[in-house]
Write a protein that binds this ligand. Sequence first.
Ligand SMILES: [Zn+2]
Ligand SMILES: [Zn+2]
Length: 243
Amino acid sequence: MHRIAAENWYRTTHLADGISLIEEPHILPFYRCNIWHVAGRDFNMLVDSGMGVVSLREYVPLAAEKNVVAVASHSHFDHVGCHHEFEERWIHEAEASILAHPTRQNTLADPYVIDEIFSALPPEPYRSCAYHVKSAPPTKLLRDADIIDLGDRSFHVLHTPGHSPGGIALWEEKTRTLIAGDVIYDGELITDAYHSNMGDYIDSMRMLSALPVETVHGGHFPSFGGGRFKEITTHFLKEHDNS
Ligand SMILES: [Zn+2]
Ligand SMILES: [Zn+2]
């Protein structure tokens, strides 16, 4: 398979509300993580950091700035691969040990990472069989109801277990924006990873569905609005919640 040069690995799109999307377009959509950059007055927040197959700090100008805090929506390989490049690494306490001690199994690299998840391969010396996430011991543990205050905008940490035990979503009340990680996006949701829990997932989805959400920036696939949010949450709860 064709390989892509490091300088062409990432694509950055600036959205209107001070939020930018950084993605790895040569990974197939289902496996391609959305990396969200939120510009703040006191510091910038990066939610997730991609697979880590090309340096984010070296090749993405937004990520190279000072004062970037790398938050993890959760610890799957597609979301935390470049966390080791950042001085500040925040994650929910329930997945702190995975970020500190990642293995191919506990990050889901095994079984997901094979050449077939790419439309073109990362630069040499990348090999799918040797791929692993580097250790990035957390510098701060997040808990439900914490507030991440960037100075001029702030996000509530919502603990949203289900897809994984330490999943978080970040809720900005003022703009009614939800940065959701993998608990909700506009595509097939994963409810059966080794540490997924359906009861928790239902509770998380029920909690989220009560929020007056207007914009969702999910962990995968394009962003969507409040109408689609209602459809996805309603459909999920109808399908899975028998209580
Ligand atoms: Zn995930
Ligand atoms: Zn993911």
